[in-house]
Ligand binder design. Structure first.
Ligand SMILES: C[C@H]1O[C@H](O[C@H]2[C@H](O)[C@@H](O)[C@@H](O[C@H]3[C@H](O)[C@@H](O)[C@@H](O[C@H]4[C@H](O)[C@@H](O)[C@@H](O)O[C@@H]4CO)O[C@@H]3CO)O[C@@H]2CO)[C@H](O)[C@H](O)[C@@H]1N[C@H]1C[C@@H](CO)[C@H](O)[C@@H](O)[C@@H]1O
Length: 410
């Protein structure tokens, strides 16, 4: 596809569909997918839009996940440099909608066959009774494990925390390898342990802050014990790269991760034979078992000068055919029910494992502050894992931070 002549974004030479209704002009899309594994697939698909709409120029821009949210808010606020379409993480969507930065999509070409979307995937696109995005991928987390190491150690995949510790001890003793890599610099990796203790960050229904309750303290104790007992190794920074490297090189037998890690993981020497990668539910805690719901939507910038082409692009990128192609090439989960039964999706082991997991994943509150709940947890989670604070003080500190964030919550 020809890249836009001038380097600017949607606020110039947007064009828009000419009288005949044929789409034209430029659509700038900010994609946040992982460079080196996911981005090339999404870029190829995005550029394919021009085959259907020859007068539209798609400008694909990859913006790192950790920067895109603020970059979009700054651009939308200043009214210059914002893209026409953004890959909006599930927690960013209510916040952007609340700020007025997203075009409502009800009744537009962006929303086709909307009843085909999984309810839990569509939930994060709804705000104040309107639809502000189109669900692109849904995900959750599971245990990724190295079948060869498990075979050499003669152990089975752990179902709960106690088994995780004994299995890790046996793996260490029999193979010298560490059982689990537990990512320590991203609070998303703490949630399944919190849910396992019957806890949660907040109770949105009751507008209650619950992370400081006994269940939150216990969850912090659980993760600290995994590291102190040497069942797991962790890092305070650069967790993604360290986790992927340790697991791909066979230094650890397990990691907790999601479908977005599959493509990169399969490039590891340990998984040249894809069959060596196993997947299982996250371990249960003392009071339950559960994994978090995550994912990404496609949203249209309210200030786009090319809304018609942007609506059509968002629909194209989340259509059943695109979702089938993405599932096939990246093992990412569709958000359309109809796609799961297509042959090369139904035969994908990763997808057939994660579908029931996302069906019962713990939903989060889709409120504007939802995404802001992670930073305070991450700070204390990392400090607990590295012994800089106690589980009790850590849990309480998060609750205090939430009281400042969620004014009228108890
Ligand atoms: C701290 C952040 O807290 C929250 O994020 C939660 C998130 O809500 C959870 O759902 C979960 O996300 C899953 C995700 O669902 C799962 O799909 C996967 O995503 C893959 C992609 O699949 C892969 O394609 C590729 O993109 O790569 C993606 C990432 O791997 O894994 C994600 C988990 O990593 O966990 C997130 C917490 O990390 C906030 O929302 C903010 O993001 C906040 N960061 C801000 C912080 C600001 C400065 O403070 C800074 O200025 C701001 O710019 C930063 O934005």
């Amino acid at each position: 596809v020809t890249l836009a002549a001038c380097g600017s974004d949607s606020d110039s030479n947007g064009g828009g569909s000419q009288g005949s209704g044929e789409l034209s002009g430029t659509v700038t899309w900010w994609d946040t997918s992982t460079v080196g594994s996911e981005d090339k697939v999404f870029k190829k698909i995005a550029e394919g839009f021009t085959k259907k709409h020859p007068k539209v120029t798609v400008k694909y821009v990859n913006v790192p996940f950790g920067e895109a949210q603020n970059k979009f808010k700054n651009a939308a606020q200043s009214g210059s440099g914002a893209p026409d379409v953004i890959r909006s993480e599930v927690a960013w969507t209510p916040e952007f909608a609340d700020l007025g930065y997203l075009a409502p999509l009800d009744g537009t070409a962006a929303l086709k066959d909307k009843d085909d979307f999984l309810k839990q995937a569509a939930a994060s696109t709804q705000y104040n009774g309107k639809t502000y995005a189109v669900p692109q991928v849904i995900d959750s987390m599971g245990i990724f494990y190295n079948k060869k190491i498990f075979k050499d150690a003669g152990v089975q995949v752990p179902k709960n925390i106690d088994e995780l510790k004994t299995v890790s001890a046996t793996i260490k003793q029999k193979t010298g390898k560490t059982g689990l890599y537990l990512r320590g610099d991203d609070a998303y990796w703490f949630l399944s342990f919190l849910y396992g203790e019957g806890g949660n960050l907040v109770d949105a229904e009751q507008k209650k802050i619950t992370i400081g309750d006994e269940s939150g303290v216990k969850a912090f104790k659980t993760v600290k014990d995994l590291v102190d007992s040497k069942a797991a190794i962790t890092d305070a920074t650069n967790g993604w790269d360290n986790m992927q490297a340790a697991f791909k090189d066979g230094k650890v037998a397990m990691m907790i991760n999601g479908p977005w890690a599959v493509a990169d993981t399969l490039t590891g020497k340990e998984f040249a034979d894809k069959a060596n990668l196993g997947i299982a539910p996250v371990p249960a805690g003392s009071a339950g078992q559960g994994a978090p719901q995550g994912g990404h939507n496609l949203a249209v910038y309210a200030g786009s000068k090319n809304l018609d082409a942007s609506y059509a692009f968002a629909e194209y990128m989340t259509s059943a055919e695109t979702q089938r192609q993405v599932a096939k090439e990246l093992s990412l989960l569709p958000t359309r029910q109809s796609v799961f039964i297509k042959p090369d999706v139904a035969s994908n082991e990763m997808i057939t494992f994660f579908k029931p997991v996302v069906d019962k994943a713990v939903e989060r509150p889709w409120i504007p502050e939802g995404g802001s709940l992670f930073e305070p947890v991450k700070v204390e989670y990392t400090k607990v894992l590295t012994g800089q604070t106690t589980p009790d003080a850590g849990a309480k500190a998060v609750a205090d931070a939430y009281r400042k964030l969620l004014k009228d919550w108890k």
